[in-house]
Design a binder for this molecule. Sequence first.
Ligand SMILES: C[S@@+](CC[C@H](N)C(=O)[O-])C[C@H]1O[C@@H](n2cnc3c(N)ncnc32)[C@H](O)[C@@H]1O
Length: 307
Amino acid sequence: MNETQTREVVRLTEAPNPALAHIWEEALLDEGIECRVVGDYLNAGLGDIGSLRPEIWVHEDDLERAREIIAEHEREAAQHRDEEASGAQRMLRSREQTRGFYNKISSFYDSLSDVAEEPIRRAALELLDPQPEERILEIGFGTGRCLVSLARAVGPEGKVSGLDLSEGMIKVAGENLAVSGLTQAVQLQRGDATELPYADGSMDAILMTFTLELFEPGEREKVLKECQRVLGLGGRIVVAGLSKEGEDGILVRAYEWGHQHFPNFLDCRPIRVGQVLANAGFQVSRVERRNIGLPVEIVQADKAQGE
Ligand SMILES: C[S@@+](CC[C@H](N)C(=O)[O-])C[C@H]1O[C@@H](n2cnc3c(N)ncnc32)[C@H](O)[C@@H]1O
């Protein structure tokens, strides 16, 4: 073909969800096929993620090869699913990858998550009901929206600590706290939720929103064990997260599928939030269910008595 000749662009296919569109895009690019995913899925937020059906467009002369690549990819994915069903290990995302991912998205994270998730964060704060003088820890605080409310609620005699893996998120949260004049009121720290850098019994309450579901089952237990450790007698925890409780709908399955096949893009998956907390020894006192396109559980629980 003449280098200067314009190549026709044609629609290859429509993907059933944005995650799969992105997976197919990567598969095509890996094989040197130029393509475009058409669909405003990045701005959709989690709430609409399952309902978008992005299209993939390629050069007309790549069409046949692109179809073969997608078909081959789907055969491999089916095989992968079979291996998973038979208990084979899947690739996990490393801490460094997670950290890099959140660093990369920290500056625009609010535009991705605010519309659908903000009411959930508000409801979680209400359930936590922070009081003046309390010592409160938020794990995985992201851009720090809840930290601002927590700091106001506990007042100057209280203490708010925030732990997050990503220095990008810490920077954005720091800026948000500064705008609210609360820089001194919150101690931000970079660290890993599986090893909380706080003394035993040093917190009255813990908040976690859209974070617990990032962890693999074994790690989730570690995080919650650490929460039990740092909570004082009578301490409480509120966790809000994507839930698979009571729903086995297409959205949940699509999201789980995206997580398994493309963990760098969809890094969390629905869990049974209340059940997970109960299994970790917490006494679940309240469960609220919401729907943001995906089911959400907001769970309030108390540290087990006598611990
Ligand atoms: C999905 S965001 C949720 C942020 C915020 N809680 C919200 O509701 O918007 C998950 C957050 O957890 C943090 N995170 C991920 N893995 C972590 C880990 N192992 N330890 C501490 N924080 C972690 C990420 O950097 C990110 O800020």
